[in-house]
Design a protein around this ligand. Structure first.
Ligand code: TMP
Length: 237
């Protein structure tokens, strides 16, 4: 499959047209941003790690019965995916308080949540991806009631699948962000990526942060943390 015209360039990935109108090629970059693009940097090797980690997780999720956009990895940084229309929501799943939830609700980071928290943000850079609830989503027609129910079900099932896998490699899944897309048939599929850019991953035994918070918070050891997640998830597979 050959790479055609650049369709879209995001902060961490490029999306290219292909000779098949139902397929795109996603190309992962080493570029990193935080705080809606206000902080910029490069994480060496990130593109290849996020590509391979995402594909490993997408394959597992698909095997467990949840449809994804994944088709085939074609290079270290490039993957063929099904062309979808992205549902303009960031779907955040939280198991342990951290980040914006801790800040907003005054719950110290690391506090286990009594039950899983599902949050939705409206994907809109100009507005800074504001938090929305089901009522906003329906009122703004960001997703239908039926699609929202499917998305919420998939998100919780993915949380269990990833939580178990990560537990086996001594990583705690604190929280993560998902995006979903719609195929021409109307089917909802998991899209985008699942990587240390989009998850909070803490070493279960030491509590060490193994994710993008090392970049966001200038903690150092960013590349090593990404490589550690890669080794534990893909290295031995
Ligand atoms: P938050 O605590 O900053 O809201 O982040 C929740 C989770 O979502 C965390 O695992 C990081 C991820 N995330 C993204 O993938 N992209 C984003 O733009 C933001 C703000 C968070």
């Amino acid at each position: 499959m050959t790479k055609g015209e650049l369709l879209y360039e995001g902060k961490a990935k490029k999306v290219f047209r292909t000779d098949d109108e139902n397929r795109c090629i996603v190309s992962y970059k080493d570029d990193a941003t935080a705080f809606n693009g206000a902080k910029k940097g490069t994480i060496r090797g990130k593109g290849a790690i996020n590509n391979r980690v995402t594909n490993r997780l997408m394959k597992l999720i698909e095997e467990k019965g949840i449809p994804t956009h994944f088709v085939e990895q074609i290079s270290e940084t490039d993957t063929v995916v099904k062309k979808v229309v992205i549902v303009p929501l960031e779907v955040i799943v939280r198991n342990i308080a951290a980040g914006s939830l801790s800040k907003r609700l005054g719950i110290p980071e690391g506090t286990p949540l009594r039950s899983t928290v599902l949050e939705f943000c409206y994907k809109n850079d100009e507005l800074g991806d504001p938090l929305v609830n089901d009522w906003h989503i329906l009122a703004m027609d960001l997703a239908s009631k039926e699609d929202l129910a499917v998305i919420a079900d998939y998100a919780q099932r993915i949380n269990h699948i990833l939580g178990e896998l990560l537990e086996d490699v001594h990583i705690s899944l604190i929280d993560f962000k998902l995006e979903f897309g719609k195929l021409p048939s109307g089917e909802i599929v998991l899209a985008d990526e699942i990587s240390p850019d989009t998850c909070r991953l803490w070493d279960t035994r030491t509590g060490e942060k193994l994710d993008k918070d090392r970049f966001r918070r200038d903690l150092g050891g960013v590349e090593d943390a990404y490589a550690e997640v890669f080794d534990r998830l893909v290295g031995g597979a």
